[in-house]
Design a protein around this ligand. Structure first.
Ligand code: ATP
Ligand code: MG
Length: 470
């Protein structure tokens, strides 16, 4: 097999080889290479112990209990290379941590403890030594490499059939480590694969075990799932596996909640609408995508059917905001993530109306925050598309144009951070046209970006004007 490896990867293979150890590229990198994808996440496994690894790569960092040594990756990413001694694990008593890690003697032990067949392959580099004389006097030794794939669980075949299949008995493997269930769904979503039938059945059976896993780790997988190229398909898998019911029960409740009303064109139930909105969300920001996925999550609680058949969800954005807060806390969002998540859900119903005043538009900007406005609009467009509406409307387009406009001319003289009284006080002036002249000079300078609109800068400028006129 002819494969180009980055220089730093080949160097590691060569160093261990020279030192007389077995060394393999393993895990996700092998999977990605076979799929023709670029990877910058390189894992190696070796029969050298951590102490021995450090002798071969003296610059490495060894700081965990798993026997992994990290070495810098000089190729275009800061993700370090990870070199780990063959492992075999024994006993998982709490569905997540092996009670004992044992260094394996063989590559086979290491591969069989890995989660899925597509992740349980290894590459070994085979050197062919050729002597080549460059000149009559010197001869050099050129190393050229080819690679052998070690694939005891038929991972390559599963890549071809686009299947995520557990290594060994899926039921046992998910009982050992329940996070693997989320990894199956997430990796399937990232690769556009399906989950093999027995593996999928085992997830359905064991889904409640996910509650034993640290929320930080579940969140990490869920974020990756939402960030994947086809999050809609990923969400269907997430739901059908039973994991949504465990991790986001409030979202599961939205399915089957009808919102069709006479005269209104809501074509989907709330849950389907939310998944469709995520499908159409054009933001790359995971928090925005997540907010899009749950923006109407308070609808089941606010559902009312009036006598004329009209369905209303009065105040649903407030209830959605409350639920969003509890999701963010439960899944251990960072403060920054939580703040943005809440803002997007809280204000997603902002009014778009041609009769709005400038100050109403400024209020929207203030509530949402200029830095979040593009993502807020992405959510709004996704909401429309996910409800079967056209991407935009003339009202939304006009609103966007006015957003730009009110920012371009954000103030009149009234918005200066000092007023006539300040000028009179600073310069000991009496009321009169002189005061107005000074203010309009300042205004001009602020508009032209010569000075900033803050009180101390403006007062300094006023004093300069005084000096000039002396
Ligand atoms: P990606 O880096 O795209 O998330 P990956 O497959 O490389 O995918 P990592 O989390 O980097 O995933 O893990 C590296 C390898 O370690 C995996 O390919 C798999 O072989 C193994 N692995 C990771 N987590 C587990 C687990 N919970 N149980 C068993 N093996 C695992
Ligand atoms: Mg990886």
């Amino acid at each position: 097999m002819k494969i180009e490896l980055p220089k730093s990867v080949q160097e590691i293979l060569d160093k261990f080889d020279k030192a007389g150890y077995e060394i393999y590229v393993v895990g996700g990198a092998v999977r990605d290479l076979l799929m023709g994808k670029i990877t910058n996440d390189w894992d190696f496994t070796t029969n050298a112990t951590p102490e021995e690894i450090l002798k071969v790569v003296p610059g490495g960092l060894y700081n965990n209990e798993f026997g992994t040594v990290f070495t810098p990756n000089p190729d275009e990413s800061d993700k370090p290379h990870e070199i780990t001694t063959f492992r075999s694990e024994e006993g998982y008593e709490d569905f997540r941590h092996p009670t004992k890690i044992v260094w394996g003697k063989k590559l086979g032990d290491d591969l069989s403890r890995r989660d899925f067949t597509v992740n349980a392959m290894a590459f070994q580099s085979e050197r062919v030594k050729e002597s080549k004389s460059v000149s009559k006097k010197t001869s050099t030794l050129t190393l050229s490499s080819s690679y052998t794939l070690i694939d005891p669980f038929n991972g390559q075949k599963d890549i071809e059939s686009k299947l995520i299949r557990a290594v060994g008995d899926p039921d046992m493997r998910f009982n050992e480590d329940a996070l693997r269930m989320m990894r199956a769904v997430r990796i399937a979503a990232e690769l556009g694969f399906l989950i093999e039938e027995n593996t999928f059945e085992a997830i359905k059976k064991n889904a409640p075990l996910i509650n034993k896993i640290a929320k930080e780790r579940v969140k990490e997988e869920l974020f990756k799932l939402i960030a994947s190229p086809n999050p809609y398909d990923g969400m269907l898998l997430f739901r059908n596996s039973g994991l949504m019911q465990e991790i986001l029960p409030e979202l599961e409740k939205c399915f089957g909640v009808e919102q069709k009303s006479p005269g209104r064109h809501h074509i989907y139930d709330v849950g389907t609408h939310l998944l469709m909105a995520l499908k159409f969300c054009k933001s790359d920001d995971t928090v925005t995508r997540f907010a899009t996925l749950i923006h109407d999550i308070g609808k089941p609680q606010t559902y009312r059917k009036l006598e004329n058949g009209t369905i209303t969800f009065y105040n649903h954005e407030m209830v959605s905001t409350k639920i969003a807060e509890s999701i963010a806390d439960r899944l251990r969002f960072s403060k920054k993530e939580k703040d943005k998540f809440i803002v997007l859900v809280r204000w997603h119903q902002f009014t778009v109306d041609e009769h709005q005043t400038d100050s109403a538009i400024r209020r929207v900007l203030r509530n949402v925050g200029l830095e979040n406005m593009d993502d807020m609009l992405a959510l709004r467009v996704a909401d429309r598309l996910g409800g079967g509406a056209r991407e935009t409307s003339w009202r939304l387009e006009e609103f966007k144009a006015r957003l730009v406009e009110v920012q371009k001319q954000p103030f009149s003289i009234k918005d200066l951070k000092i007023n006539g009284n300040d000028v009179m006080k600073e310069l000991k002036l009496k009321p009169g046209p002189g005061v107005g002249k000074i203010l309009s000079d300042l205004f001009e300078k602020v508009v032209n970006k010569e000075i900033e609109n803050n009180k101390s800068t403006l007062i300094k400028k006023v004093k300069e004007i005084e000096k000039l006129s002396e």
